[in-house]
Write a protein that binds this ligand. Sequence first.
Ligand SMILES: Cc1cc2nc3c(=O)[nH]c(=O)nc-3n(C[C@H](O)[C@H](O)[C@H](O)COP(=O)(O)OP(=O)(O)OC[C@H]3O[C@@H](n4cnc5c(N)ncnc54)[C@H](O)[C@@H]3O)c2cc1C
Length: 432
Amino acid sequence: MTKSVVIIAGGGIGGLATALTLHQIGVPCTVFESVRELRPLGVGINLQPNAVRELYDLGFTEQELDRVGLPAKEWALVGLNGNDIYSEPRGQLAGYKWSQYAVHRGLFHMLLHEKVMERCGPDVVRLGSRVSGYAKNSDGSVSAFIEHADGSTSEATGAVLIGADGIHSAVRAQMHPDQPPIHWGGAVMWRGTTWGKPIRTGASFVGLGTHRHRMVFYPISQPDPKTGLSMINWIAEVTMDNSEGWKQSGWFRQVSIDDFVHHFDNWIWDWLDVPALLRQADCAFENPMIDRDPVPTWRDGPVLLLGDAAHAMYPTGSNGGSQAIVDARILGATMVEHGVTQDALAAYDAKLCGPISQLILRNRGAGPFGLLNMVDERCGGTFDNIDDVIPPNERAEFMAGYRAAAGFAIEQLNKAPRTIPSGARASDGRAH
Ligand SMILES: Cc1cc2nc3c(=O)[nH]c(=O)nc-3n(C[C@H](O)[C@H](O)[C@H](O)COP(=O)(O)OP(=O)(O)OC[C@H]3O[C@@H](n4cnc5c(N)ncnc54)[C@H](O)[C@@H]3O)c2cc1C
């Protein structure tokens, strides 16, 4: 039996950001992670300025982030004839005090793990340890049930259990036994990386096509000084009939490029050859675009949900990973104010569950890619001058609405005080 002040289920981005935050405010924790070995899995994700700010406050350096990705300079939507629909600068070029980073998810995850090992010690993350459920004890504490990779089981007791165990969360399943199954809206994504020459600014996120048939791509590495090539992350996406549900087994599987490249056969322009980009990839993964219906609370007494376990959402806003980091920091802030108590968990739940649940639904409605829908509806996707289809002020208003909802509003973020004041500790550093 393990005793720890805070027990964390899941050593993904959310769980490890929580471990680092707790260490910073003086709260011991143990992370139980189901996989036997952490490997640099996944392809590209974006860390928005609100999350990058938190990483700096956690002591990460620009050099470290440059090792796992690069600052994004532009976000652009392009129509089916290659004409610009919308573009805006990103990160510091947009006026934020912090960059937006486009990173390799696996490398970033490894960087977080390295920091946890360095600061909290090698025993804090227990690999091959799956949390299968929990029991709330009469003294207010909570016990997590652990299944180990060797087949043995154990229990860990603490003041608080954080379910950071991703979209298939066992903690959430127990907290909300009647939740509906995973929601799939019909979009299928094929993801991969290809070494290529970055276009436009050299660090541009480009969304191309329509809301039912599109490509998104952006570089996630600095260009190689010798070849000028960067690792380009791409997501090829097609929406299909979902009336019979998802037919494949599993939600994430490696596939052959030939399985899906035909959807993009004619996507060739003088500035971009999509079939060539796809064919040159090392490997590709298929995953349907899935999320979960919001739940009314992320808390059950001393148990709390965080990251995808709380709010798995469509990646249309590029904010799933960022929100997991922000969640960890808000939890740290509420523990600074209330100690490691159920009041701290209640304050976190009150602050985040409502607005982020709204964001889940907003992302279902295409998120910032909604502009592609408007173009498609108004002119079928091809146009000469976008101003004739969606006037500039309508485009700007649409994007400002999304930024505000996602917590990316520039002025608001720039003038916000630190989420966790420098040197702050959780009230008395232990449960009370
Ligand atoms: C292998 C993998 C690859 C991914 N690749 C991409 C990508 O390419 N692009 C993208 O946009 N997003 C990707 N994601 C999702 C993205 O990382 C998350 O949306 C985001 O970072 C939120 O992180 P999270 O920590 O809440 O969840 P996750 O990153 O899903 O982490 C959850 C962690 O909990 C562990 N776990 C699950 N169940 C249990 C349990 N019962 N007990 C203990 N541990 C458990 C998992 O092994 C995982 O390490 C990937 C996630 C994973 C797990």
